[in-house]
Design a protein. Sequence first.
Length: 322
Amino acid sequence: MTTPPPIRVVIPEQADRTRLDRALTDLVEGRSRAQIKRDLDAGAITLNGSAPAKGAQTTVRSGDTIVYTPVPPPVVELVAEDLPLDIIFEDEHLLVVNKAAGMVVHPALGHPRGTLVNAVLHRLRVPTGAEGDLRPGIVHRLDRDTTGLIVVAKHPECLDKMSALFKERQVHKVYLAITRGVPTPLQGSIDTFFGRHPTERKRFSSKVKSGKRALTHYAVQEDFRCAAKVQVRLETGRTHQIRVHLADKGHPLVGDETYGRNRPLYHPDTSKELVRFERPALHARRLGFVHPYTQAPVEFEAPIPDDLELLLDLLRSLPRKA
């Protein structure tokens, strides 16, 4: 596997006088605090051209320059597996898949088998092995329990072209979410900084003083009083962005253990338990972009999965407000 390119970070004023590991966790997307500490120990991080004097506990100042060369993760041997895939679209360049709940996208030490990558390798008959790319053809990602559309590039050139479209925000992404309670106003935009939660490092937060920008547009489509069906459109693609933005607004997704403590959903009048949904109620429903080879606009839609349909049917059966 190739070594990732160095990342150059200039400490902003908001991160002045913070610990080095915390500052980097907030400023470098996709790296946990534990990973950053391991990379510090491996000598992969310099502060103003030198090794940080106190390691992770070094205090950084506004204007400091950090050069960070992430250490590649341990190699996971890739195995092609004949797993079911719901193919929405396929041509010589692209594959669009409707991902099932519970399927991890990328292999890792904890999930070396049963992933979308394993299934794609089998379908495309790509040679595998310990020297293979851990993310072959995967342009973007969805959380393990999020269902819906994900794009796979069939060859490296297409991967570069599709990655550029995502980076330039030329991909139209629409999600269906079911929230606890009803967001107010009924439609709007959530525009915040985004980074690691300051005390719970496995979570993310939009209530941080610095970080990358995250922009989410939402519109309530159905009001069930105790819950709402919400259409969400993303302009940025931060990890857990929809889950975090709606939770920080006071309306976590039904079934979200990480950001909503996954309590049962109760009837709005009788307080009787309606249902305990077993995953975050989120579905990547539509995806649109200009095809990088035909130059034709394309849009794909994934049907609502059965568990979300059953939840919506239950909510629709509740008495409406007078």
